[in-house]
Design a protein around this ligand. Structure first.
Ligand code: AKB
Length: 325
């Protein structure tokens, strides 16, 4: 996501970009940033140094340990997903104070904030709206929901008992992403990874065993549409924004339907199913689909890709170029 967002921001607004990451940026995008800092958002002295050296008008916070990884080390997930967010929200407050204006803050949330007791409740609920079923059953989901609330607090009620006259320090905006499919990168540590993993394995000519059942269903989106949603939301006038967090989605095939779609392009592909029960339970606690009407109403959200065009116009051509040439 960082890769795509830096490219889009560079193209779109020609902004000055300061990038902070644990690892060096890919050569293909390093020329797009003005400053590249290798470091950790948990390093408070580094974050304070950033506060002293730069004036940010927008902070895009993308660092996170995803759902499967977070189940293996819940404490580390809390430190990164919550501690990291808190450090950057405090940075935004300091920036706003020194600049005397509110600072925009983008936070990527997830469908993992939702939670169902089981398949029956999940299938009965269909496409769900933002304010329902917020009962996360994973550490990652708990982290994301808490950070949504933190963002809301920092934006609307920060230090309400303090002597300082309350002012809007932060313009906090968040999107609950479904599974994301990129032609460039395979996600690591997520539980919606079965679809991107399947696609990349098959494009490489490798057999793939899907770790969830054939009837498993959650919503997805292509990476270009995910990036497009972020830039559209962050460029929307504040007056049009009626809430701090929005659902977005493009398509919601079952694992079996997606397999069929892949076989249309790779007829000799070997795609089997080898269920990992514990990961299956995590995906079964997530919605079959989400309702993104609020995003459509407030900021004219409309994905460019559905499943067919996502495969035909983006994923398959890119993957064939990447793995078959
Ligand atoms: C994950 O699987 O952890 C993420 C997500 C759905 O937020 N891709």
């Amino acid at each position: 996501m960082g890769h795509g967002l830096i490219t889009a921001l560079h193209k779109k607004n020609n902004v000055n970009i300061v990038a902070l990451d644990l690892n060096p940026l890919d050569d293909s995008i390093s020329e797009f940033v003005n400053e590249e800092i290798i470091g950790n958002i948990l390093d408070q002295s580094l974050v304070e140094q950033l506060n002293g050296e730069y004036e940010f008008d927008t902070i895009y916070h993308l660092a996170a340990l995803l759902s499967t990884r977070a189940e293996f080390s819940p404490r580390a997930a809390h430190d990164v997903n919550v501690g990291g967010t808190l450090n950057l929200l405090n940075l935004a407050i300091e920036q706003s104070r020194s600049q005397g204006k509110s600072v925009k803050f983008f936070f990527p949330s997830s469908i993992a904030v939702y939670g169902f007791s089981g398949l029956e409740e999940k299938n009965a609920s269909g496409a769900i709206k933002e304010d329902s079923h917020r009962n996360p059953t994973t550490m990652y989901g708990c982290n994301k929901l808490y950070c949504e609330h933190l963002g809301n607090y920092y934006a609307k009620n920060y230090q309400r008992l303090g002597a300082e006259k309350h002012q809007r320090f932060i313009d906090f905006r968040s999107i609950r992403f479904p599974g994301i499919i990129s032609s460039k990168t395979i996600p690591t540590g997520g539980t919606s990874d079965y679809i991107p993993e399947m696609l990349h394995a098959v494009a490489k000519g490798e057999p793939y065993n899907c770790f969830v059942r054939v009837d498993t269903q959650i919503p997805f989106i292509t990476m270009p549409d995910a990036i497009f949603a972020i830039t559209t939301l962050m460029n929307t006038p504040e007056v049009n924004i009626s809430r701090t967090v929005y659902n977005i989605r493009s398509f919601a095939p079952t694992a079996g339907e997606f397999r069929q779609k892949v076989l249309e392009y790779f007829p000799n592909a070997e795609i089997g199913f080898q269920i990992m029960e514990k990961r299956q339970k995590m995906v079964d606690s997530w919605p079959t689909d989400t309702d993104d009407d609020m995003a459509k109403i407030d900021w004219n959200w409309k994905p460019a890709h559905n499943l067919d065009s996502g495969m035909k116009d983006y994923l398959v051509p890119d993957l064939q170029k990447m793995y078959q040439n």
